[in-house]
Each structure stands twice: as C-alpha cells, then as structure tokens.
Design a protein around this ligand. Structure first.
Ligand SMILES: Cc1ncc(COP(=O)(O)O)c(C=O)c1O
Ligand SMILES: N[C@@H](CCCC[NH3+])C(=O)O
Length: 419
C-alpha cells in the first residue's frame, strides 16, 4: 500500500479512496465526477479541531470551500459550525442541521435581505465589514426587535505570503476596516440600541503555510481587544478566520494544525475569549478528487496534449490562480513518462489542468484523478460552454453514493424562456 494523502492510496496498482477503487466510481458514475471521502473529512476535521482543545472554541467550516449538504452533515456530526458569506450558504448550513448558534456570517457586501435572514434565524454573529453595514444591521435589528450580535472584521495589515488574489488581510484589500476605524465603530455601536457587540473578527488570507503571519495578526487583534475592553465593550468571541494551507503535492510538508494552535491559543487564553476558527480548504481540500478521462492524445512536434473531459468550468483554480493540482492515473502505470499538457475541452487557451508536467504515458480512455479538489472545486464550477456540472459522490468505507446528481441538459435551460 502506497499512501498519497490520508485515505488515498495505491493498492495492487489501483488508486483507492478509503476502501473503494476509484475506477469503480468512474465506471458507475462516468466522468468528470467529484469524489469526497467521509473518512478523509473526519481525519482533517479532527486533526484541526483537536489542536485547539486547550481552549473553548468552535470550528466553523467555511461553506464556500465545499457547500454540499452531505459534506456539511458529516462535519456537523463532528461538532462543526459554519462560516458563511451569503444567504445561500446560511440556508445550506441550516439545511444540514448546523446549529444557528454556530453560524457566523462574513462578506463585504451583505444586502439588507441577507442581514434580515441571518438575524431572523438567530445566527451567532454577523462579521461586519463597514460603517454602512453596521448602520444597516442596526436598522434590521430595529425592524425585527432583536439586538443584532456582531463582530467587526478588522484588517490587521499583515502579509500572509500567499497568492495575491487570496490575500485578504493587507491594508490594500477590500476586506474589513482598520483598527482605528473599528474602534470608532464599536463606540458608535454603544449608542445604537439594536446592536450587540459580541466579538472581533479577522481573516488574513487563504493557503497560508507560514503560520507566523497568524501570530502577528492575532497579537495585533489581541491588543485591540484590550483597548476596546477599556472602553467597556465586552468581547466574548475571538474569530481568527481560516486560511491554513494544505499540501497540493504529496511530497510537500503538511503544516500541522498544532503549529497554528501554538501561535494563537496562548493569546486567546490570556484574553479569556471563546475562539472561533473558519477553516475551509484545510478540511475539505485533500478530502476530495476530481475524476476525469483522457479523451484524446494529441501530439504536435515535441509537444504532447492529453485532452481530458474535465475543464476549467469544472475546476477553475488552475486557470484562475495558475494553481498546481497533482494528477494521478487510477491505474498505476509503468515507469515510462512524458512531459505533457493536460487540457480540458473548453474553448479557452487557459483551460489547462497541468502545464508541461511529467506524467506517465497515457492512452485514450485512461482514467485520472486530479487531487486536492475537495475545496473550491465544485463550489466554483460553472456551466461555461453550456456544460452540465459534474456529480458529487461521497465514499464511506467500502460504499459510495451520489450526493449531488450530474446536471442534465434540461437543467441548463430550466430557468429560461424557451420558444
Ligand atoms: C472570512 C473567511 N473565512 C474563512 C475563509 C476560508 O479560507 P480557507 O479555505 O483558506 O480556510 C475565507 C476564505 O478565504 C474567508 O474569506
Ligand atoms: N477560491 C480560492 C480561495 C478563496 C478564498 C476565499 N476567501 C482558492 O481556490 O484557492
């Protein structure tokens, strides 16, 4: 047995997720298909959550990374809450049975109807990102005759050293407000009857593998909490956001969640706050793969193209961030390799799943797994080129089931005026 990631391994030359050969899934459900492993979700959730056991905390899974209801249910059963950024995500989290008191709601552009929905459902807190939003939240509270629990999202201005498109905690980013502004907002909120300050929030970015940035941010925010407490503003929840990175290559080091905990836990202990964490990618990323089939092998002079049936509409991270996703054949191949581009069927030159990658020699019909696709995979899939989105499958031990059906052609036009 050759382990690639927890629960993902080769046995007798076949790639397994838990006890299921992935070939069986591809043959029964077709390709492209997203496949998640319950065991891997549990593994990653527990690795993360248990690292913070020293303090009272809630791990609010970032629904944007994987919003499938059955995935959310698996995590709920382990005690997860939800970090949400839209009414749609709150709806999904509630549908999965997640306790509203474990739901936080972030986002720079919340509409009034979204704040109303959140407040009516009794979520834990709204993570407010601007003065305008704070005033609107007060208005919504007044309408509903409910004090709105909120945190201000502060922007601690630290560099998480990740991809610029997913750095959120720098002053230049649209997210949150500066400490000075946040102080003014908490003071202002004291005068507004329908607001209830319960927490402080920050989130510095995603796919972070240098945990020192978390400490830098947490220390700054802790100082800020002390400052606002001196004005009589009581803060119970210290929401440190998500962002812990994963290894996209099997040989890359996995940063243990414990290392993150070592940076944050002492700070939270001193403040005597309840810690909220919002990991997404860390829990779902390596708990999912995207299965695809080689449609054609095209050779042009020196270049080999493997044309597969998954494209940038199914997995957009590669085109968006030039991201690396490891690709493995479902049936282990001989040693012989070739340098090839793996490309999808979309009419865009950027529809590349792997660029100049050393891969085994493949033939038409071969099945592949694109790894680390459990987070920001299906949730960012689209119908571009009028392609129905792939199904989602959940493996549990030696069984698997479809937890979201493959879209049908009719789904593509079901909301349009036809004829
Ligand atoms: C506010 C907030 N919380 C949590 C997350 C989850 O991030 P990640 O999947 O990197 O843990 C994000 C996305 O970056 C976010 O914007
Ligand atoms: N979608 C991004 C992460 C964005 C994080 C959301 N705040 C990715 O795939 O890496």
């Amino acid at each position: 047995m050759k382990e690639i990631f927890p629960k993902l391994y080769y046995k007798s030359k076949e790639l397994f997720f838990e006890d299921v050969p992935l070939k069986d899934v591809a043959e029964r459900e077709g390709t492209p298909t997203y496949v998640y492993s319950k065991g891997a979700l549990q593994y990653w959730f527990e690795e993360f959550d248990s690292a913070f056991n020293e303090v009272s905390h809630t791990t609010c899974f970032a629904v944007k990374s994987n919003s499938n209801i059955q995935v959310l249910k698996v995590l709920r059963e382990l005690g997860a809450g939800a970090d949400t950024v839209s009414v749609g995500e709150i709806f999904r989290a509630l549908t999965a049975g997640i306790d509203p008191k474990k739901i936080v709601f972030a986002g720079v552009g919340k509409r009034e109807d979204e704040l109303t929905y959140a407040l009516e459902r009794g979520i834990l807190m709204v993570n407010v990102e601007s003065e305008g939003e704070l005033l609107l939240l007060n208005k919504v509270g007044e309408k509903l005759k409910r004090r709105a629990p909120f945190a201000i999202r502060v922007n601690p201005d630290v560099n998480p050293k990740t991809h610029p498109y997913i750095s959120t905690g720098l002053k230049s980013a649209k997210f949150g407000v500066t400490f000075d502004r946040a102080l003014e907002l908490y003071k202002k909120a004291k005068e507004l009857r329908w607001l209830n300050p319960v927490g402080v929030h920050f989130h510095i970015g995603s796919q972070i593998t240098d945990v020192s940035a978390f400490r830098e941010a947490a220390e700054k925010v802790a100082e800020f909490v002390k400052e606002i407490r001196s004005f009589g503003i009581e803060i119970e929840y210290f929401d440190a956001g998500g962002g812990l990175g994963i290894n996209y290559h099997p040989d890359e080091r996995v940063v243990p969640a414990k290392e993150l905990a070592e940076e944050i836990v002492p700070i939270v202990k001193e403040l005597d706050c309840h810690l909220i964490l919002e990991p997404g990618r860390r829990i779902a990323g390596n708990a999912g793969v995207l299965l695809t089939r080689v449609l054609y092998v095209k050779k042009r002079e020196e270049k080999t193209f493997y044309i597969v049936d998954a494209g940038m509409n199914d997995l957009s991270r590669l085109a968006l961030y030039n991201a690396y996703h490891h690709i493995l054949p479902l049936e282990e191949k001989k040693e012989e390799t070739v340098v090839a581009d793996v490309v999808g069927p979309i009419c865009e030159t950027g529809d590349i799943l792997a660029k100049e990658r050393e891969l085994p020699v493949l033939k038409e019909g071969d099945l592949l797994a694109i790894l680390s696709a459990g987070a920001y995979g299906f949730t960012m899939a689209s119908n571009y080129n009028s392609r129905p989105r792939p199904p989602e499958v959940l493996i549990d031990g030696d069984k698997f089931r479809v937890i979201r059906e493959r879209e049908k052609l009719g789904d593509l036009i079901s909301r349009e005026e036809v004829l």
